[in-house]
Ligand binder design. Structure first.
Ligand code: CA
Length: 723
């Protein structure tokens, strides 16, 4: 069954009430996202969301529909004509952090979020910015974000756009003007909670979780009235202070799976920071829960236990927050193996008949298919070469662990695959009911897990209870005897047979979200900077466009006056290798890109002149290196331990770098300003926290000398290239 592209450009809600009553046998009617007479912005209601697949000209919710399958019924672009795609328009984004949002497209307007929880609305015909909203996050809050100050998108409902902001606020904006209607604080502002996930809206309730399980928080998910912002319910993922009553009856059972006092004193984790999906037939919402806090179970729950409901898929009643069932992917989690990854609802055709399932490919490397009514495990097969377990026992539903992987029990440092990055992270997967395949961005990685001798609670930073190196002179054991090589690929996975069908390797390591369409196409970006279309049946690459930026977000597709277009937000963690900066607003060329057949727009090839007329090209101009070798060597070690996670290994921001290239910093020429920034927090509002309590001035001086050395290395290399 293919979609018919009929440009039914009418005021949507009235028509949609009618559509919702249609039988499922009717052909899909493609209502265009560009109404002839717009009657209001963000006019999304329950009927529209339930019938989202009958309105493929729009993209009404982050995962496209309540099932979150990211499969569009649009087929105007297909495996024979997709090579004619060209850039239609683009918009520069004014941040240079990671861009993780999928745009939503409602009634002629595209809404996206960027890093620092900023929201922008664009006219889909002209590309003109209609409004922009900045929640003005205190930049010091960036220190509480484990994995960059990102945001994965907004929800639309009854004229309003809903944003979960990094600082824990849930904010409702007027869809037409971007002006705040209400906001409510969903977290304790004294604790390092953050929000990066997308609100979901079910029957007038906005459902939102949060993150922070690397720090010291207790996870929960809450629902708020969409009109007033009043809290309707809250469900805690783990038990709290045992001297107080349980907030929910099932926490009494959960408490039996925890030991000691540390978990609730430190936080315990289990944050609901990303994946959710909703089944309107069963009126059930499925949420994923995160890792334990601290990661090391020997500290968190000495003596073990399953630690419910960490790393679980949980089914809840969206009206009340009442618990229905759970499935725990990683009992007694000790490796940061969250089950917050995207969750998808689908009907699968097994040889014995159709089954209503919920699916997830969490960090731990198993692909889970569960009966979504009962939570019964149907299958759990490795989609990647993980080494922490041999398999999942389908009788018990439990993983069979490789004993040496449990460093927290053995006390022996061990190399385990995957790392905390997971075999799959938040990057959205897609499912085509036409090919029957899941399209999954996979990354293979390994790291050393080691317990630390004296855990001390850090009130300002991470509390993982883990050493990431085995220690000087210690050779770690390797779980299963071999660690797989680091690589990443786009995987086509058959969820019925629980088997790989094909894969497309990435030239540059990293994950990137995926869209599937009825045109037998998959769209996805990569870390080399290409945005590409593939044949959904074979994986053959059919089209590709350079975007000048790393791509981690998932694309969306929609129609403008009956023409199918594709949008993707680009920009993440430094520039692709050998890519120049070409955006005045963004050091990593963050942009919103929109493609259509025959599109003729072009990205700039050079950095444009800045507004005051001065050439904007950043020239490397470090001071002469005066420090001795010992100071530089000590700076190198300190940089690796304290700075590299954000500013890049060897001071070169590449994959994994979220902060500026310090080799180009003017602070190097003025020693006082270096320490004002690094020690005194002068740039805390721009996301650079103070290191005063962590490093001595001698140490921060040595780090500066090392960066000056690296800047002079780069200057020499550039001069050697210049004829
Ligand atoms: Ca985590």
């Amino acid at each position: 069954m293919r979609a018919y592209l009929m440009s039914l450009a009418v005021a949507a809600p009235a028509l949609l009430v009618g559509l919702a009553a249609c039988s499922n046998n009717n052909p899909t009617v493609a209502i265009d996202a560009t109404p002839a007479n717009p009657t209001g912005a963000a006019a999304v209601n329950a009927e529209r969301l339930i019938s989202a697949d009958r309105e493929p000209g729009s993209w009404l919710a982050t995962g496209l529909n309540y099932h979150e399958d990211r499969f569009s019924n649009l087929d105007q672009l297909n495996d024979t004509n997709v090579r004619e795609l060209g850039l239609s328009w683009y918009a520069d984004i004014d941040t240079e952090r990671g861009q993780e949002a999928t745009p939503i497209i409602v009634d002629g307007v595209m809404y996206v979020t960027t890093a620092w929880s900023m929201v922008k609305a664009y006219d889909i015909k002209s590309g003109a910015e209609l409004w922009a909203y900045d929640p003005k996050i205190n930049r010091a809050k960036g220190a509480d974000a484990c994995c960059d100050v990102v945001n994965r998108g907004v929800a639309a409902w009854n004229g309003k756009i809903y944003l979960g902001a990094l600082d824990g606020r849930l904010i409702a904006l007027d869809g037409k003007t971007g002006k705040p209607v209400w906001e409510t604080q969903t977290t304790d502002t004294n604790l390092p909670y953050t929000i990066t996930g997308v609100p979901r809206i079910v029957k007038g309730k906005v459902i939102i979780g949060n993150g922070g399980a690397e720090y010291r928080v207790r996870g929960y998910v809450s629902a708020y009235d969409a009109e007033t912002g009043k809290m309707a319910w809250r469900w805690y993922t783990i038990p709290g202070d045992p001297t107080k009553p349980f907030e929910q009856p099932e926490l009494a059972e959960a408490a039996k799976t925890w030991k000691g006092e540390a978990y609730w004193q430190i936080g315990g984790g289990g944050t609901v920071w990303d994946g959710m999906a909703y089944d309107p037939e069963l009126d059930t919402i499925y949420v994923g829960t995160g890792n334990g806090n601290p990661w090391n179970q020997a500290i968190r729950s000495p003596g073990g236990g399953d630690n419910l409901y960490l790393s679980s898929i949980v089914a809840l009643d969206p009206n009340t927050g009442k618990y229905r069932w759970h499935y725990q992917t990683t009992p007694g989690e000790t490796w940061d193996y969250t089950a917050t990854q995207p969750i998808m609802v689908a009907d699968l055709n097994f040889p014995e008949g159709k089954r209503r399932v919920v699916m997830q490919a969490p960090k731990n490397g198993f692909f889970y298919v569960l009966d979504r009514e009962t939570g019964q495990l149907i299958s759990a097969e490795k989609f990647a070469p993980l080494t922490w377990a041999t398999h999942v026992d389908l009788k018990t539903g439990r993983p069979v662990e490789v004993p040496e992987a449990r460093y927290d029990k053995t006390g022996v440092p061990v190399v385990v695959s995957p790392t905390a990055q997971g075999m799959h992270n938040w990057h959205p997967m897609a499912f085509s009911p036409e090919t029957g395949l899941i399209y999954l961005p996979v990354h293979i990685n390994s790291t050393t897990f080691a317990t630390i001798p004296n855990f001390k609670l850090n009130l300002e930073g991470w509390n993982t209870g883990i050493g990431f190196t085995p220690g000087v002179g210690v050779t770690p054991v390797v779980a299963t005897g071999t660690a797989p090589k680091q690589e990443s690929y786009l995987l086509a996975w058959d969820p019925v047979k629980a088997k790989e069908v094909w894969r497309v390797p990435n030239e540059v390591y990293g994950g990137s979200g995926i869209l599937a369409t009825s045109g037998n196409l998959i769209f996805s970006g990569n870390h080399k900077g290409d945005f590409s279309a593939y044949n959904a049946t074979t994986g053959q690459k059919l089209w590709s466009a350079p975007t000048q930026a790393r791509i981690v977000a998932a694309p969306a597709t929609f129609t403008v006056d009956g023409q199918q277009q594709v949008a993707v937000l680009v920009g993440a963690r430094g520039l692709p290798n050998d890519q120049k900066r070409t955006s005045l607003l963004s050091g990593n060329n963050s942009r919103l890109l929109v493609f259509k057949t025959g599109g003729k727009a072009a990205l700039p090839t050079e950095l444009p002149a800045s507004a005051n007329g001065a050439p904007a090209r950043v020239k490397i101009d470090p001071p002469l290196l005066t420090a001795n070798n010992e100071a530089v060597a000590s700076g190198e070690a300190l940089f690796a331990a304290n700075c590299a996670v954000c500013h890049g290994q060897t001071a070169i921001p590449a994959a994994g770098a979220i902060a500026p290239d310090l080799r180009y910093s003017s602070l190097l020429s003025f020693g006082n300003s270096w320490n004002s920034t690094v020690r005194d927090g002068d740039r805390a509002q721009r996301g650079m926290p103070s290191f005063k309590t962590m490093l001595t001035q001698e140490e921060t001086d040595a780090i500066m000398q090392y960066v000056i050395k690296r800047a002079n290395d780069e200057k020499a290399a550039q001069e050697a290239k210049t004829p």
